[in-house]
Write a protein that binds this ligand. Structure first.
Ligand SMILES: *Cc1c(COP(=O)(O)O)cnc(C)c1O
Length: 366
């Protein structure tokens, strides 16, 4: 009886996904090669990218995938605009600084979307920009960024769009038929409900083909990883075999649920139950519903002297629910995730657990 993870990842996974890790795989064996190939093909299909995109996996957590996307797919003389409204936008900026890529940022508050007209103005006044980086769902607050509008503008301006879709991929729409982008990074252990350990980058054919020599790092070199896998379908270095076996199973279950649409519906329902239940108790949700992604919800800590986040966390943990601390710079908050292999009963149980904890700790919200 594991605790339920109301977090942005790693997440609660299905028993069958966990069971998929009970075998040992030879990394050069045909069975494993086929499994690996099937994962890559499924991920390309999820963006309707069969004709024009490649999927290149990268070992490590999601950050490794983002860093390998940036370092391998931007030339050394790239000039990048980063749209920041939370920690993950900031992280991309930090990567650019490590990688010596010139960048400017358009930063807005963590609870606000970027203004498209402002993005346009920045592009027009900063001649020579080559790339725009955006985060789809900024997990810092749970805000849904307007990726379609951003992509439309970037396409109109003939720049390259790179997206960190880590916490959205597999649950929020992201078809290459509608959204024009050069590359997107995501990982196994968020909305696709695998276990952590591998990320992946979906990249346009011509972008990966021209990526030779960009990367400063051998292990993060996406071009080298792609070339090697093109040659013999094998990983260059030890692959996370068990993680990939679990990922294969998780992708099968994603498909069975109805793909992106099915998952979106379950998460939206989960999100609504959490938001309604918390608001009924008097908690204040940071974001208005229109810009709240059904992934993770930020609540303000109540102004009550009995409220202490660690106590609240521990009491919920005793009832088998793990929530997440806040990450906002502007207010004291905490977060409740609604993704992972959890359904509406789990969400109702979570709300009931919060109610009981509020009584036990004598926290009243007026
Ligand atoms: C989770 C996440 C990442 C990657 O974080 P890791 O801890 O390295 O897996 C990157 N961007 C966003 C938006 C995320 O939610």
């Amino acid at each position: 009886m594991d605790k339920k993870l109301l977090t942005p990842g790693p997440l609660t996974t299905s028993i069958t996904t966990k069971e998929a890790m009970l075998h040992d795989w030879g990394s050069r064996d045909q069975k494993f090669i086929d499994l690996n190939q099937s994962i890559l093909e499924s991920l390309v299909k999820l963006i309707d990218g069969e004709d024009s995109y490649q999927c290149v996996p990268m070992q490590g957590s999601g950050t490794f995938a983002v860093e390998s996307m940036i370092s391998s797919l931007t030339p050394k003389d790239a000039k990048i605009l980063i749209l920041i409204n939370g920690a993950y936008g900031h992280r991309m900026k930090k990567m650019c600084s490590y990688l010596n890529r010139e960048c400017i940022a358009y930063e807005v508050a963590e609870h606000e979307q970027h203004k498209i007209s402002e993005v346009e103005k920045i592009i027009d006044t900063n001649k020579g920009l080559t790339h725009v980086f955006a985060v789809y769902c900024e997990t810092t607050s749970g805000i849904l960024n307007p990726i379609q509008e951003i992509a439309d503008l970037v396409e109109r301006k003939r720049l390259s769009l790179f997206v960190d879709a880590m916490s959205a991929f597999g649950a929020l729409p992201f078809s290459s038929k509608h959204i024009k982008f050069d590359a997107v990074a995501a990982s196994s252990n968020k909305c696709l409900e695998g276990v952590p350990g591998v990320g992946f980058i979906l990249v346009q054919n011509n972008v990966i083909e021209n990526a030779k020599g960009n990367s400063h790092s051998l292990s993060l070199d996406l071009y080298d990883q792609w070339q090697a896998m093109e040659k013999n379908k094998q990983w260059r270095f030890t692959p996370p075999t068990h993680v990939l076996a679990a990922f294969y199973q998780a992708i099968k279950e994603h498909k069975k649920e109805g793909g992106i649409k099915g998952r979106y519906e379950r998460y939206s329902n989960n999100c609504k139950i959490i938001c309604d239940g918390m608001k009924e108790m008097g908690f204040e949700q940071l974001l208005p519903d229109e810009i709240q992604a059904p992934i993770i919800i930020t609540f303000k800590q109540p102004q009550n002297s009995n409220f202490n986040f660690q106590q609240f966390y521990d009491a919920l943990s005793k009832k088998n629910f793990l929530i997440y601390p806040g990450k906002l710079t502007v207010a004291d908050t905490f977060r409740i995730g609604c993704i992972g292999n959890l359904d509406e009963k789990d969400m109702r149980d979570a709300i009931q657990a919060v109610k009981e904890v509020m009584q036990e700790l004598q926290i009243r919200i007026k």
